[in-house]
Design a protein around this ligand. Structure first.
Ligand SMILES: *[C@@H]1O[C@H](CO)[C@@H](O)[C@H](O)[C@H]1NC(C)=O
Ligand SMILES: *[C@@H]1O[C@H](CO)[C@@H](O)[C@H](O)[C@H]1NC(C)=O
Ligand SMILES: *[C@@H]1O[C@H](CO)[C@@H](O)[C@H](O)[C@H]1NC(C)=O
Ligand SMILES: *[C@@H]1O[C@H](CO)[C@@H](O)[C@H](O)[C@H]1NC(C)=O
Ligand SMILES: *[C@@H]1O[C@H](CO)[C@@H](O)[C@H](O)[C@H]1NC(C)=O
Ligand SMILES: *[C@@H]1O[C@H](CO)[C@@H](O)[C@H](O)[C@H]1NC(C)=O
Ligand SMILES: *[C@@H]1O[C@H](CO)[C@@H](O)[C@H](O)[C@H]1NC(C)=O
Ligand SMILES: *[C@@H]1O[C@H](CO)[C@@H](O)[C@H](O)[C@H]1NC(C)=O
Ligand SMILES: *[C@@H]1O[C@H](CO)[C@@H](O)[C@H](O)[C@H]1NC(C)=O
Ligand SMILES: *[C@@H]1O[C@H](CO)[C@@H](O)[C@H](O)[C@H]1NC(C)=O
Ligand SMILES: [Ca+2]
Ligand SMILES: [Ca+2]
Length: 872
């Protein structure tokens, strides 16, 4: 009875539920016999005639499945794909580019020899672009100009738009996040953006890769960006418009130089734009044809005669007008989160803040707009109401740099640079809304006219007084081993660890335990936002090659509310991370950042993934030794709202080992009791977020129990230590007890090393996220100044007065542990006239003395010239 059922089982399992769509887990249990007997599967009832053999086809059916075959991404691994899966569920290359569009991409695995026209791509069921079939039979399409970033579904027609049976996904990217080499280069971009201001005139030059456009003649055009309608009303609209050509039908040489002329009157209102180059066979301004784009930039070179005549006066007028507009628009500053207090916090709070590519310590700290800073981060999520963005910049000393002290300070943004879902309309258009509200005004006030204080007044840095670091919980392989549960201090020789790379869990409240279950478990559930984090743990292999009696994490999946489901897992090859989006393997070959539904994803390095959820929760998944290490960061709003293996976040570690029933294990629970606690949090069949796309996974985890009751871990009381590796251990581990402990337990030095690394990483992250008290910015005295820009506990600010004034009050103030300054800012009082007289007299004497000293020094120096000159 069992044998004949197996193929059916596999087929059905292959079609395990996709998030949000498709059958629920319950349907998997439907007996195959019933399925086979049902007369017409759902897809066949679709309108339209089905060609013969369509039961086996993925035409119009991507992401779907039936008893015949599957068109889901998991089908490849399971061998259940319909035979034409690749022809209808499209893979494209390249799969991403700037949201500006105009990119020609090739549909893989689809050869078409019939006709050379009639190829149409339809993006998100609304925007159509024309494609073509090349001489090799490869099908091409062109990406459209979009006002959004992220994954855009498209369908493909090969019959001039009569039917669109094929589908795929295009990834639209923030214009600044795509490779600069694929764009038109504005030679000396600074000159372009200052053209017409004092000293910047002459010709401008642009270059491009001629081979990208398959034509001899091109048209070079200017496009302008604007947002019209009442701000924050429903009519507020974003629009790119074709303005005028710079040149028509010029040679596609990859080089063009011209003398910019002031724009005609009716085009002068566009101040932000980009240059586009297209094949000259298209009419000028034709939309969504293959094209090259330049960076968006300030169109100084195109502005009218009034700008050319007096750029400073013109820019000042614009700056004042912007100020007036800002005063009418709602105050978005109140809605922004405060900045982290230190660079360390900013870099560790990865769920809520992310590196600003405009000032990145890992890429040479080229901080053009933030002189004095070495690193800036931006709030990942735009603010809820106004879609504004927070920016936080730090000095080399790790101190937050504030606009109140320096023009290099971080400036918040009315429009978040990365845009905000659902994008498309102001102020949520990625990059461009930010240009209009925060960048072009910076040109007006700060770069073209000396009115920067006006800008800074309306874009002041936030300090960090209300910033609260997130809470950390997680699971590391091997590492962090201290003791079972809440027991005494570790003694590596007397109570050795039990098994290979044991997962060691640290709860949000700091309790820790080791759990060697084999199965799939709930790390965290929070009904507050519908957040769920699940992990799969599998046994390791001992150095001898047999199955270890300890396990480690091999996959982690997360979903929040109705967001996409993302899973990070170890691919078959050891040490390779694989990311799945709604069960489909994602490629990071082109982009390391992705805007997904309800989350952002960043893969900065090959061995680690950051997931940033809309609630501000974050996940860091990386490879540590043979297994995954997972860290979950939760903002304070999750207090009292979590359950699962990572415990109940409420500042009380004693209730962290709570079973599903609500029963709380005592602090002194034994390792066997803790094992039962772990097992209790096995994932429930219907709510699994994990993907089962190989026969092994199907057998072990989908068709087997979520927690394997037959797996017997090794408990601490069952092991004996091996002390013959003492020297190697001492060399590797030093005084790290966790490291020596695991080596003793497993006999593997590399496990010990992974343990040590994991431990250090966790410790440094905990260290970085320590709360810091801030007393907030302290004003300098009127007619005086201050030294010091650090306003954190223990920092001291010194005051001084301008000459002619004397200090009344304390000379220094120190930030105290309660968040207040030890004294208030002193005042500077004008000195009495006799002091002035005295200072003139003494000043005169001093000058005379100085002259004498200088004379002496100069005479000496002449004698020493030879030695001085030899200095570098
Ligand atoms: C090409 O056209 C012929 C006749 O028009 C048709 O029978 C054939 O199926 C087409 N080939 C493909 C790959 O569609
Ligand atoms: C597709 O368009 C619809 C309506 O036009 C919109 O609601 C949806 O967000 C769009 N989806 C994407 C991925 O752009
Ligand atoms: C760019 O323009 C500026 C100002 O006109 C000039 O000083 C600089 O040398 C130029 N740089 C290059 C690389 O041409
Ligand atoms: C472009 O110029 C070439 C030669 O300079 C000419 O042969 C061609 O007809 C022109 N095309 C258009 C559209 O003007
Ligand atoms: C500027 O460009 C024009 C073509 O637009 C060219 O005729 C002229 O020689 C160039 N001038 C310089 C100084 O390069
Ligand atoms: C584990 O918990 C114990 C008891 O609360 C504590 O002393 C120890 O420092 C913890 N270890 C780690 C690595 O957090
Ligand atoms: C969490 O729960 C405790 C006790 O039930 C309560 O005292 C506390 O105020 C709660 N905290 C939050 C943030 O809800
Ligand atoms: C979950 O599914 C497995 C395999 O189908 C089954 O053995 C187990 O009983 C199910 N558990 C529940 C609670 O339904
Ligand atoms: C102890 O370690 C030594 C050196 O690595 C190894 O040869 C030996 O097999 C180990 N003994 C046990 C019992 O694991
Ligand atoms: C420990 O691991 C690190 C990287 O994780 C590696 O650079 C180092 O060489 C390893 N040390 C030993 C002794 O294996
Ligand atoms: Ca800014
Ligand atoms: Ca707790």
């Amino acid at each position: 009875m069992k044998l004949p059922l197996l193929p059916w089982a596999l087929l059905l399992l292959a079609t395990a539920p996709g998030p949000g769509s498709g059958p629920t887990a319950g349907e998997i249990d439907v007996g195959p016999a019933h399925e086979a007997a049902s007369p017409a599967p759902a897809w066949a009832r679709c309108s339209g005639p089905s060609p013969p053999g369509a039961q086996e086809s993925c035409s119009y059916r991507c992401g779907d499945w039936n008893e015949q075959c599957s068109c889901r991404p998991t089908c490849s691994g399971l061998g259940t794909c319909c035979s034409d899966f690749r022809d209808f569920c499209l893979e494209i290359s390249p799969y991403s580019d700037s949201m500006m569009g105009g990119k020609d991409f090739v549909v893989q695995h689809l050869n078409w020899f019939n006709s050379t026209d009639g190829v149409i791509c339809r993006f998100n069921e609304s925007i159509q672009t024309r494609g073509h079939v090349d001489s090799l039979g490869l099908v091409h399409c062109v990406s459209p100009l979009l006002y959004e970033t992220g994954r855009i579904p498209f369908t493909l027609s090969m019959d001039n738009g009569r039917s669109f049976p094929r589908s795929g996904t295009w990834l639209a990217v923030h214009p600044n996040k795509v490779s600069q080499t694929t764009k038109i280069q504005l030679e000396n971009e600074t000159r372009w953006q200052y053209y017409g201001t004092a000293g910047t005139k002459g010709n401008l030059t642009l270059t491009w890769q001629a081979t990208v456009l398959p034509t001899h003649f091109v048209t070079i055009e200017l496009w302008g960006y604007e947002e019209t309608g009442k701000p924050y009303s429903g009519e507020w609209t974003a629009k790119w418009s074709y303005l005028y050509p710079l040149a028509t039908n010029v040679s596609n040489s990859g080089f063009f130089t011209f003398t910019p002329k002031p724009a005609p009157q009716n085009y002068q209102r566009w101040e932000v734009g980009a240059i586009r180059i297209i094949n000259s066979q298209y009419s000028s301004g034709e939309k969504d044809v293959q094209a090259l784009w330049s960076n968006e930039h300030a169109l100084a070179w195109h502005l009218g005669d009034d700008f050319r005549e007096d750029p400073v006066a013109w820019a000042r007028t614009q700056c004042l007008a912007w100020e007036e507009l800002e005063d009418q628009l709602p105050n978005f500053l109140e809605e922004l989160p405060d900045c982290p207090c230190t660079l360390a916090q900013a870099r560790a709070d990865t769920g809520r803040f992310h590196t600003d590519y405009g000032c990145d310590i890992e890429h040479g700290s080229e901080c053009t707009y933030h002189p004095g800073a070495v690193h800036c981060v931006r709030s990942v999520q735009a603010s809820p109401r106004y879609a504004s963005g927070q920016q936080c910049c730090y000095t080399a000393a790790g101190t937050q740099l504030l606009t109140a002290d320096s023009t290099g300070g971080s400036t918040p943004d009315r429009g978040h640079d990365w845009g905000a879902p659902p994008f498309r309309a102001p102020p949520r258009v990625p990059g461009l809304s930010h240009w209009l509200y925060d960048v072009i005004s910076f040109y007006h006030c700060c770069l073209w006219a000396p009115e920067c204080s006006r800008y800074m007044r309306r874009r002041p840095s936030s300090d960090c007084r209300t910033y609260r670091p997130p809470r950390l919980g997680g699971c590391q392989p091997g590492g962090l081993r201290a003791e079972q549960g809440q027991g005494g201090p570790p003694d590596p020789l007397l109570s050795p660890a039990s098994a290979f790379g044991d997962p060691h869990f640290v709860t949000f409240d700091g309790a820790n335990f080791t759990f060697n279950g084999h199965g799939e478990y709930v790390l965290l559930e929070a009904a507050l936002t519908g957040l769920s984090v699940q992990a799969r743990a599998q046994p390791g292999t001992t150095p001898e090659g047999t199955q270890a009696r300890g396990t480690g994490l091999t996959a982690v999946a997360v979903q929040e509310g109705n967001s996409d489901v993302v899973e990070v897992r170890l691919a078959d090859g050891v040490g390779v991370l694989q990311v799945l989006l709604n069960q489909e393997v994602l490629s990071f070959a082109e982009q390391s950042w992705m805007d997904l539904q309800g989350m952002f994803l960043s893969v900065a390095a090959e061995d680690s993934v950051s997931i940033m959820l809309s609630s501000g929760a974050g996940l860091e998944v990386s490879i540590q030794g043979p297994f995954l290490s997972v860290t979950v960061l939760l903002p304070e709003k999750f207090l009292n709202h979590t359950r699962g293996l990572l415990g109940t976040l409420n500042d009380n570690p004693t209730d962290d080992f709570t079973l599903r029933s609500g029963q709380v294990l005592s602090a002194g629970a034994s390792s066997r009791q803790l094992f039962q606690f772990g097992a209790d949090w096995a994932v429930e069949n219907a709510s699994s977020l994990l993907t089962y796309d190989s026969l092994l996974l199907v057998k072990d985890f989908l068709y087997g129990p979520k927690h394997d009751p037959t797996f017997q871990p090794l408990f601490p009381d069952e092991t004996t230590p091996n002390s013959s590796q003492a020297t190697e251990v001492a060399e590797l581990c030093g005084d790290n007890h966790f490291c020596s402990y695991d080596v003793a337990a497993t006999g593997s030095l590399s496990v010990g090393n992974a343990t040590r690394t994991a431990y250090q990483l966790h410790q440094s992250r905990v260290q970085s996220l320590q709360s810091v008290v801030s007393c907030g910015w302290l004003a300098p005295p009127l007619n005086g100044g201050k030294e010091g820009i650090r306003y954190l506990v223990g920092s001291t600010i010194h005051f001084h007065c301008d000459s002619g004034y004397s200090l009344s009050g304390a000379e220094a103030s120190t930030c105290q542990a309660d968040g207040t300054w030890s004294t208030t800012t002193p005042t500077c009082q004008p000195r009495h006239s006799y002091t002035v007289l005295l200072s003139i007299i003494f000043g005169g004497l001093a000058v005379a003395a100085l002259v004498a000293v200088v004379y002496v020094v100069l005479c000496r120096r002449k004698g020493n010239m030879a030695i001085w000159g030899s200095q570098p």
